[in-house]
Every structure is written in C-alpha cells, then in structure tokens.
Ligand binder design. Structure first.
Ligand SMILES: *Cc1c(COP(=O)(O)O)cnc(C)c1O
Length: 384
C-alpha cells in the first residue's frame, strides 16, 4: 500500500496538471481501490461491475469516466441511472446508441494514436482517425449531444515519449475542429500507458506538450493503470512437484519445478501482458547451502575453488495445469537445491495478473492477499 501511495505522490509531483483516474481493469484489488478513493483520485471503468465496485466505495459518480468506446447497452442504461455521465466514443453507431439511452452524457471523442512502441496495443481496436473526427463531431452536433472533451491512449506500457507529444497535438486539432462546430470542450483525457521505470521522462514530455497546446483553463485527466500497481504486489508460490531430467551425455541433472500458480492463474500477465516474471528463492528447506563443508570464506584461493565446485542448477518453472503452454520460465539457474514444499517469489506482479486469471483445470484456490503499508500516510487513510 505504501508503494501505491508513493506512486501517487510521484504523479502529483511530475504531472501536476493531470488528475489521475485509475484504470480499474489493471488490478481491481479492493484495498487498492479503497486507498485511491481516499487519496481522491478518479476512476476509469469499462463495465457495469467496475462502476458498481467503485460506487460502493462511496465515490461520487462525477469521479468516474466510463472509458470504453463500444459499450453494452444495458451498461449505458446503468451508467445513466447512477449518474456516471462521462464516457468515451469513437464511432457513429455509438453516438446513436448514446442518443437513445443517455442523451445528457458528457462525451469524450477517443482518437487514434500511434501505439506501435507500446507493450499492449489498443489502437488496433479503438480510436477515431483524424480524417473521421470532423464527421463524428458534426453528427454529435446534429444529434444535439454534449461534447465534454477528447481522449486518447498511447498504448499500454508505452515506451516512446514522442507518442504523447503527437497525441496531444492531434487532440488540439480535434479541440479546434469541435470549436468550429460550436462545441466548447473543457477536458482533455491523456489516457494511460505510463510505466514506472520511464515515468519521469514521459511526464516531462507530456507536461511540456500540455503547456504548449492547452491553456490552463482546460482540465486535464489521465487514466493510469499499471503505473500505480505494478511494483506494489509480490507473489509467493509453492513448489508442488519436481521432476529430475538427466542428461546422460553431459552427465548433468536439471529439474522441472511445478508451482501452485501459473499462466492460467496470476501469471496470466505472461500471455496477456508480455511479461517475464523473475523467480527468486523465498524458502529452500533442503540442501540450500551447497558449499563443501570444508569451505572457508576468508581464503581467496578457496573462493575460486568454491566457484568452480558450485555449478548453478538448471531449472524450468511450470504452472499446475495440464497444458504445456503453462510455463512460467523455460530456463532459470539457481545455486540452491529446490524441492517440493519450497517457495519462490516474484516481484512486480501487480498489473494485469490476478484480474485476468482463469479457473482453468479447477485451480481456483488462488492465494490469500496480505496487505502491508510502508507509509504512515497510507496507513492513516486505510486504518492499518
Ligand atoms: C487499459 C486502459 C488504461 C490503463 O492502461 P495502463 O497502460 O495500465 O496505464 C487506461 N485507459 C483505457 C481506456 C484503457 O483501456
């Protein structure tokens, strides 16, 4: 929780103008949402269930943006009933749908971006290209709908700061198009895509672009997901089975370790989010110290002998299901002997992990979550 809290303070330092609306899909953990609600962020929801979860925390509907350009009709009715007015669109059919179900909605036109340098591309699926925005805005005008702003997303796990610069420029173009049609959009939504490791650089480029193209009276919001939660979660898993693999020619033994969680579970980020989680040893109860008994630390010569004597052991790490695709790591070396009952842990497991896990093969008993707070500010808000 302290990690989430620190990321929030960091956001406020580097992106002062941008009010974060946490993308719930990234990790709808109830404690994370509770902390962010207490910190006063907004929320980006994409379904009825996500909106419900956030409203149940007592968050005002005005702090929610329904940021899914192609919405289920019954969900639009639900949003209208709850007073969740802000929503995105990127096509004409959606405008007719909104006209019918929620004509007072505050609409954000989601524009296409160049997301080719991102981890998970979103513009293959969503976003109006700049040669269609004029027509869409004209239709919105004809239908007497309310244009609140423009939205974009540079792709999840963005790596090119230029993508933000170009998207802000394009958004300016659409703001001007809208003004020419008699609209007065008040908000720019810069989406998500921020990665903790490169955040400061991205934020600098984005802030400069915002100041160049959008005067201070324009409200700026963002929809960060992974930025807030990626490093906040560490997962520990248990070795449930081990298989020794002998190589008779090389006279070596490697091991396949089977864990109680895998690609169909919390490691879904390997498939869906192109991640490569790094194993670390939490508890090895067997022969964890493979140094010869006579080994002495102080002697340099003996150290060399030790290095030569301790050959790292080769492992591959697998999930618990019967599918061969369920592999966490094809090759990992470790100088400790690991066996059934031992534990590994993996850091940075907060984004796009548990939320996209399945119940495949009946492995539904997926971990207890232990919450700790390393920041007094977070503890105070959460009552820890
Ligand atoms: C997924 C998504 C986000 C969050 O993206 P991150 O890369 O996790 O920051 C924000 N907005 C929309 C519309 C999304 O689909």
């Amino acid at each position: 929780m302290g990690d989430v809290y620190r990321q929030h303070l960091r956001w406020k330092t580097h992106l002062k103008r941008v009010k974060p609306h946490y993308a719930v899909k990234c990790n709808p953990d109830p404690e994370v949402l509770r902390l962010l609600a207490a910190l006063g962020t907004g929320f980006d929801c994409a379904s009825k269930a996500e909106i419900e979860q956030v409203l149940r925390l007592g968050v005002d509907p005005s702090r929610i943006i329904y940021a899914q350009p192609c919405k289920t009709k019954s969900y639009v009715r639900y949003a209208a009933k709850q007073g969740v007015r802000q929503m995105t669109f990127d096509n004409a059919d959606e405008l007719y749908k909104i006209k019918e179900l929620f004509p007072d909605a505050e609409l954000f036109l989601r524009i296409l971006t160049d997301d080719s340098a991102s981890l998970c591309r979103l513009s293959l699926k969503f976003g109006a290209s700049l040669d269609t925005t004029g027509e869409l805005l004209a239709l919105a005008k004809k239908l007497d709908l309310n244009l609140a702003g423009v939205a974009f997303h540079v792709g999840s796990g963005a790596s090119d700061p230029e993508a933000f610069l170009k998207a802000v420029r394009d958004a300016r173009f659409v703001f001007d198009q809208a003004a020419a049609l008699g609209f007065d959009p008040k908000t720019l939504d810069v989406g998500g895509g921020f990665v903790s490791e490169t955040f400061d650089d991205m934020a600098a480029v984005l802030s400069a672009a915002l100041d160049e193209y959008f005067p201070p009276n324009i409200r700026i919001i963002g929809e960060p997901g992974r930025y807030y939660v990626s490093s906040a979660f560490t997962i520990a898993c248990n070795v449930i089975a081990r298989r020794a693999v002998e190589d008779k020619e090389l006279n070596t033994t490697s091991y396949m370790l089977y864990m109680n969680d895998g690609v169909y579970g919390n490691f879904s980020s390997i498939m869906f989010d192109h991640q490569h989680p790094i194993p670390r040893v939490l508890k090895a109860s067997g022969a964890s110290d493979r140094r010869p008994a006579s080994f002495q630390y102080a002697d340099g010569a003996e150290n060399n002998a030790y290095d030569a004597a301790i050959k790292p052991i080769q492992y591959s790490i697998w999930g618990p299901t019967c599918d061969g695709i369920d592999c966490i790591s094809e090759s990992w070396t470790c100088d400790q002997t690991l066996d059934v009952g031992d534990w590994l842990y993996f850091e940075d497991m907060g984004a796009y992990t548990k939320c996209s896990a399945t119940k495949f093969n009946g492995f539904t008993d997926r971990h207890e979550t232990v919450y700790i707070s390393s920041e007094a500010g977070a503890s105070a808000l959460l009552g820890y």
